[in-house]
Write a protein that binds this ligand. Structure first.
Ligand SMILES: Nc1nc2c(c(=O)[nH]1)N[C@H]1C(S)=C(S)[C@@H](COP(=O)(O)O)O[C@H]1N2
Ligand SMILES: [Mo]
Length: 201
């Protein structure tokens, strides 16, 4: 009896801090895969990451160059518009601040683009000041292709559809250009704490 209840308690889910769960969300221990299309096959030997658009000079990085930039490992909560949140996810990658260093621009918007044709838009300032990364490692392992490997964007303070999997570049734009889900009715900004799920929210 006592050993049974000890074992039972040992397998209990960790307590969830409700202040970390945005309105309308539930916490999952799983890591669901949500993709609008098939998982692209990506060869890192031919891969590049680009910053272009309304910039004085475009910049590109090869796979080796990206990996030679300063790397950060950080733990954040992620929130999907389909209502699951996953707390305490640990990632490694390059902060977008590092990529934007030396990029001169008048732009205030970004169109994020990815292999497979997915796009998403956000204000440039939401990618700055330690709020966004391009990540290649999840929980100490190379990011699985289904979750966006070799590299995805991670913008944890916005709904997870802004975190483009298989990201290949940031196009800085003067005008805001709604992306794949934003054109299909998702909210243009997508703040989970204000429950900005759809255009009408
Ligand atoms: N390229 C690409 N990125 C994407 C998507 C997609 O379909 N294609 N789906 C988005 C959505 S809606 C969510 S919730 C997350 C899901 O990431 P996951 O499959 O790693 O959980 O990726 C986002 N990034
Ligand atoms: Mo999503």
């Amino acid at each position: 009896m006592s050993s049974f209840s000890r074992g039972f308690h040992g397998r209990r889910r960790p307590e969830v801090d409700p202040s970390r769960v945005p309105p309308g969300q539930y916490v999952t221990e799983d890591f669901p895969v949500l993709s609008a299309g098939p998982t692209p096959r990506i060869d890192t030997a031919a891969w590049t990451f680009a910053i272009d658009g309304a910039v004085d000079a475009s910049a590109t990085w090869t796979w080796d160059e990206l990996n030679a930039l300063p790397q950060e490992t950080f733990t954040v909560d992620i929130h999907c518009v389909t209502k699951w949140s996953k707390l305490g996810t640990t990632w490694t990658g390059v902060s977008v601040d590092s990529l934007l260093e030396g990029v001169a621009t008048e732009a205030e918007h970004v169109s994020v683009w990815a292999d497979g044709g997915y796009t998403t838009n956000l204000p440039l300032e939401d990618l700055q000041d330690g709020k966004a990364w391009v990540v290649h490692t999840y929980d100490g392992e190379p990011l699985e292709p289904a979750h966006g490997g070799p590299v995805r964007l991670l913008v944890p303070h916005l709904y997870f559809w802004k975190s483009a999997k298989w990201v290949r570049g940031l196009t800085l734009t003067i005008d805001d250009e709604p992306g794949f889900w934003e054109t299909a009715g998702y909210h243009n900004y997508g703040d989970p704490w204000r429950e900005q799920r759809y255009w009408s929210d």
